[in-house]
Design a protein around this ligand. Structure first.
Ligand SMILES: *Cc1c(COP(=O)(O)O)cnc(C)c1O
Length: 513
């Protein structure tokens, strides 16, 4: 064997065959442990720092040694990674994970099942269907006979694991679109009449994305304003439907939001279901955030009516505490997903149970392993506790902010998300005119950025149009109570930090903006 041949042999043996502990695996454990012990969200940074740390480079010809590579992770990646697991990270829907997840990750990647077809994921296909059926029962509560019949029936799809809520929402609208326009996938969109989709102005941007991708046109998404409690305004919705009918527009779907990304509000799902039913409209509920509320006996009533939805989106990587990359869609009628069925000769064959027959995605990991682990190791009761704790903490915190004179509570949490803002002294106890609100918007954005860059803690910001401010755009600081380890003292320290940062902002500089 020549030199190159020998080198190849060595390479194959060390990288693909040798599954023993390597330098990487030993060191990885160490650097992760010290990462997890960190208390701050991130090291202080700005864009320029990051650009210098990760400059352009070409693919290394020889490859790094594992030692060199781990050093790169330790020095460059981890110090600036966002530590979403610390309790002062309260700005987004991403949080700490249960400790069993990393072991399930090893299982998922070691087995490397591809659940697009049964040939590359035999038990995984059935394991996914079992997990989906458990949550389907929670949501739709059909009889046991129903589940025995449909759980593994090749014609039935109770739900699909997707890579996130976006794909789940696109899947729902694909079903709704194909129901309205049965020939659309074959003939294309342009021969069809005008179709619209209706949701509240707090609908997630993935809906608009879906409209574009599905050829329905984002301008054909009709957003209905929200009422005082940030729920879709039913009267305006009814008028909107009438107007559509007058103009002979086809209403492809009505979407209810269960846990709005902005402020956690939940649309009156029961009423929406009734309206959709009256007009024979496909009814989808985007419960990407709020769906798991069903796991709490105390708060499940907030989702009343969800069981009437044709389809429901839930994100596994949000309130089910599963890792990134897990969304879910559920169908009330197991035949609905047939609207998007595809076949191909070499995979996803007609008479198979191949999951890939009715999914947007092709090759797909066995992420249901995480779902199974979550549902079985945590269980319904303890998931319920997590939901209850989050809602109760959000309530306590919101009530506290209400008592402060330098802060204003903008939305009271219906679930576990709320918005508030800082009010500089000159604006306190004064009516909030449009000009005042514009100044406050600028100020709060600066405040949020300063807090993020300092790296101790994190809240996000968003812009909403609230009824109490005549639907003017209002910037709110946004707290999401996702992390179960957050204590009230963490919020106090966030408020205190914001106060201090606010005092350091030279406001007059921005007054003219
Ligand atoms: C997060 C979210 C989505 C999108 O889900 P991704 O997992 O980010 O793709 C859709 N709708 C709502 C209400 C959400 O909160």
């Amino acid at each position: 064997m020549n030199t190159k041949g020998k080198q190849i042999q060595t390479f194959l043996k060390t990288v693909f065959k040798n599954q023993k502990t390597t330098v990487l695996s030993k060191k990885m454990e160490k650097i992760l442990r010290s990462y997890m012990a960190r208390k701050n969200v991130s090291k202080k940074y700005n864009q320029k720092d990051m650009e210098q740390i990760f400059p352009f480079q070409s693919i290394p010809n020889e490859g790094y040694s594992e030692r060199e590579y781990i050093t790169e992770l330790e020095d460059k990646l981890l110090p600036y990674a966002t530590n979403v697991g610390v309790s002062k990270f309260m700005g987004h829907m991403t949080s700490i994970l249960p400790n069993f997840i990393s072991n399930i990750a090893i299982l998922v990647t070691s087995l490397n099942q591809n659940v697009v077809k049964v040939e590359t994921g035999q038990s995984a296909t059935f394991y996914e269907r079992q997990a989906i059926a458990m949550l389907h029962e929670l949501l739709y509560n059909h009889k046991k006979d129903f589940y025995n019949k449909h759980i593994h029936h090749i014609d039935s799809t109770l739900g699909i694991v997707t890579s996130g809520g976006t794909i789940a929402n696109i899947t729902a609208l694909q079903c709704a679109r194909n129901r309205t326009y049965p020939q659309i996938e074959k003939k294309g969109v342009y021969n069809e009449g005008e179709g619209v989709v209706i949701c509240s102005e707090l609908g997630h941007y993935s809906i608009k994305k879906a409209m574009g991708i599905l050829g329905l046109g984002s301008q054909n998404l009709i957003t209905v304003p929200t009422d005082d409690s940030n729920k879709i305004d039913i009267e305006v919705l009814k008028e909107t439907i009438q107007k559509c009918q007058k103009k002979k527009l086809k209403i492809i779907a009505l979407i209810g939001v269960a846990g709005s990304t902005e402020c956690g509000s939940i649309d009156p799902l029961d009423t929406l279901a009734e309206i959709a039913d009256t007009h024979n409209i496909y009814f989808h509920v985007d419960a990407a955030w709020g769906g798991p509320i069903k796991l709490s006996d105390t708060y499940a009533h907030l989702l009343k009516g969800i069981e009437k939805a044709d389809s429901i989106t839930i994100d596994g990587h949000k309130q089910l505490y599963l890792p990134m990359g897990i969304g879910l869609i559920f169908f009330r009628n197991p035949q609905t997903a047939k609207l998007i069925e595809k076949q191909s000769e070499y995979i996803i064959r007609k008479n198979s149970i191949d999951l890939g027959k009715r999914t947007i995605e092709g090759s797909r990991p066995a992420h249901s392993f995480y779902l199974q682990a979550g549902l079985k190791l945590i269980g319904k009761q303890k998931y319920g506790w997590l939901i209850e704790k989050g809602i109760e903490k959000a309530n306590t915190m919101a009530l506290y902010i209400k008592t402060l004179e330098d802060f204003e509570l903008l939305t009271f949490p219906e679930t576990n998300i709320f918005l508030y803002r800082y009010i500089p002294e000159i604006f306190r106890n004064k009516p909030k005119t449009k000009t005042t609100n514009n100044c406050l918007n600028t100020f709060n954005k600066i405040l949020q950025k300063k807090q993020m860059e300092a790296g101790y803690s994190f809240v996000s910001y968003t812009t909403v149009s609230l009824k109490k401010y005549h639907k003017e755009p209002i910037v709110g600081l946004r707290i999401v109570l996702a992390n179960p380890l957050v204590e009230i003292t963490d919020l106090n320290s966030i408020i205190e930090e914001q106060r201090q940062l606010a005092e350091g902002i030279n406001f007059s500089q921005y007054m003219l903006v």
